[in-house]
Design a protein around this ligand. Structure first.
Ligand SMILES: [Zn+2]
Length: 303
């Protein structure tokens, strides 16, 4: 009898993605928007003001998501084939979240049962208090991203969490170990670098430059939570995150400006790309020289 109970328990704990074919939702990517309620959304955005200041990000918790943010998020989901993922853009749907948790056989049942009250409460508070008591977030138990900020870097970071979880065989366990010291930092860095990698490859360029200045201060809030023994340690961590993020953003901007290809008219009339080094001004001068002396062009590549 005792053996039967153990077998049942182990079966429940180890139930995971393999063996189940994920059901593709009728719409892929599966993105839903909450109905606009201006007084509620304005109040929710205003309540998040202290956090906007700490993160120095006015796009944080705006509770109004632009089509541009939605388009980039949809592209990430499409490119990474996250077919069972759902996105809720400033949408209040805690009861639907419970339904998704019940149906989500990609996570072991005991984990899901344990998560239901927490997922319900968090989903219920997000619309009025998202940005103040919690940020944009990914819920691995319902496999849903909840977005309250009109910020491409943040949206991609949350999608990065979803991609990270999609790669795990034991998703419930992977969510549970996040409560062990340091594991959340590793998972946060993975999601942040997923966002950076996407922006490096696909842009938009201005968001690629901006992303480190957004995501490193956000990461610093997690790192700072380990510095409670140091008075105002979290402030130091946050300032460090802002400093490092801005240095990275500046480095990426300079790198882009340095490598920006120069459009050049060739003698045969077609447009070519010239790979140049040096500053943008130097590139222009180089381009003019190349145009006047086409025989000297060493590294011109037609497209
Ligand atoms: Zn995160």
């Amino acid at each position: 009898m005792r053996l039967t109970v153990w077998i049942l328990l182990i079966t429940l704990l180890t139930s995971c993605a393999h063996g189940h074919s994920p059901t593709t939702p009728p719409h892929f990517p599966d993105i839903e928007r909450g109905r606009s309620i201006p007084p509620l959304d304005w109040t929710a955005s205003a309540l998040a003001a202290p956090v906007k200041i700490l993160l120095w990000n006015r796009r944080y918790a705006t509770h109004k998501i632009s089509p541009e943010t939605e388009t980039v998020l949809a592209d990430f989901i499409r490119k990474n084939e996250l077919r069972t993922l759902k996105v809720r853009l400033n949408q209040w749907a805690p009861f639907d979240e419970i339904k998704r948790i019940v149906k989500n056989d990609e996570v072991g049942l005991p984990y899901r049962l344990f998560a239901i009250p927490f997922s319900f409460l968090t989903a219920a508070m997000g619309r009025p208090l998202g940005g103040l008591v919690m940020s944009d977030y990914y819920d691995p138990f319902s496999n849903t991203i909840h977005i309250y900020s009109d910020d491409i870097a943040i949206a991609l970071h949350e999608a990065g969490h979803a991609k990270d979880f999609a790669k795990q065989q034991w998703r419930g366990t992977y969510a549970l170990v996040r409560s062990f010291p340091g594991v959340n930092l590793a998972q946060e860095l993975i999601a942040t670098h997923e966002a950076f990698d996407y922006l490096d490859l696909h842009g938009p360029e201005k968001e690629r430059i901006r992303a480190p200045a957004v995501l490193y201060p956000a990461f610093a809030t997690y790192a700072g939570s380990y510095l409670t023994m140091i008075p105002f340690g979290w402030v130091g961590a946050l300032l460090g995150g802002h400093l490092y993020g801005r240095l990275r953003s500046r480095y990426i901007r300079e790198e882009i400006e340095t490598r920006r290809p120069l459009l050049l008219d060739h003698d045969d009339g077609h447009i070519g790309l010239v790979e140049t080094v040096g500053s943008g001004r130097e590139q222009s001068e180089e381009g003019q020289k190349n145009q006047s002396a086409p025989d000297d062009v060493k590294n011109a590549r037609g497209v």
